[in-house]
Design a protein around this ligand. Structure first.
Ligand SMILES: [Zn+2]
Length: 243
């Protein structure tokens, strides 16, 4: 099983190039997916899209346009002739920093919006899909009439202006269960995982999370809530972008 080395890094912005080797390949639907000896690429999951980037391998450069985690961490290098792939030889791997930085800003904004929705309206985040242009969060609320777009946007933008540090730590789940800033249901996480990677926005939110984040809320910039729509009884979909 491949280790997810991005989990060791915080902040998740401006990822550095790294040296690795190609261990194995798989062909799926005509595309070649490679497993690396070590990788800091973020695979799609948890509502955050995968990193993009490139591998310099022998005389060729391969673009990576998807990364997925299964039994192995696999990087999609497209429709490549397998003769071009050099195994067990050092290659230089680069992650698209502009894409990663934008996704990290969007993702950290999601933590602030989920926290503010809980605080203002007792709204419970039940799903999200982070994007480059827009991100959506599904919020469960018993009484949807409590929702107010302006107050949500205002509180989040105040938190951004307050320049609040965003930190990473490893925490035992038993230390999190009674903390009111922990808004996720820890029972939904695998029972056998005792130590959790936790992202804290000081005084605002504490969340077990495997995504990538900025180091201070000021890096998010301003957010704008574009749309709020019904997704059925007791559920709203909030769509926002970075200004
Ligand atoms: Zn997160």
């Amino acid at each position: 099983m491949s280790d997810l080395l991005h989990l060791l890094q915080h902040p998740g912005t401006n990822p550095k190039s790294f040296i690795s080797t190609i261990c194995s390949t798989e062909i799926v639907d005509g595309h070649t997916w490679v497993e690396l000896s070590e990788s800091y690429f973020y695979p799609s999951g948890g509502g955050q899209p995968a990193d993009h980037g490139s591998l310099e391998c022998g005389d060729g450069t391969f673009s990576i346009e998807n990364v997925k985690k299964g039994e192995k961490l696999l990087h999609n290098i497209g429709n490549i002739d397998s003769d071009m792939i050099v195994f067990d030889s050092p290659i230089s791997a680069s992650i698209d920093a502009d894409r990663r930085n934008l996704l990290s800003r969007m993702h950290t904004a999601q933590h602030l919006i989920s926290a503010a929705a809980d605080e203002l309206f007792s709204g419970n985040t039940i799903g999200n899909q982070i994007g480059l242009d827009k991100t959506r969060i599904d919020i469960g609320m018993e009484d949807r009439s409590k929702f107010d777009k302006e107050s949500l946007e205002q509180l989040v933008n105040e938190n951004i202006e307050q320049q609040i540090p965003v930190t990473m730590s490893q925490e035992n789940r038993s230390n999190l269960t009674s903390n009111p800033l922990v808004r996720v249901n820890l029972d939904l996480l695998p029972k056998n995982v005792e130590e959790l990677r936790v992202i804290t926005i000081e005084g605002r939110d504490i969340c077990p999370c495997a995504g990538t984040h900025v180091s201070n809320t000021k890096e998010i910039g301003e957010i704008q809530i574009n749309k709020v729509k019904s997704k059925g009884t007791g559920k709203l979909r909030v769509e926002y972008s970075l200004v």
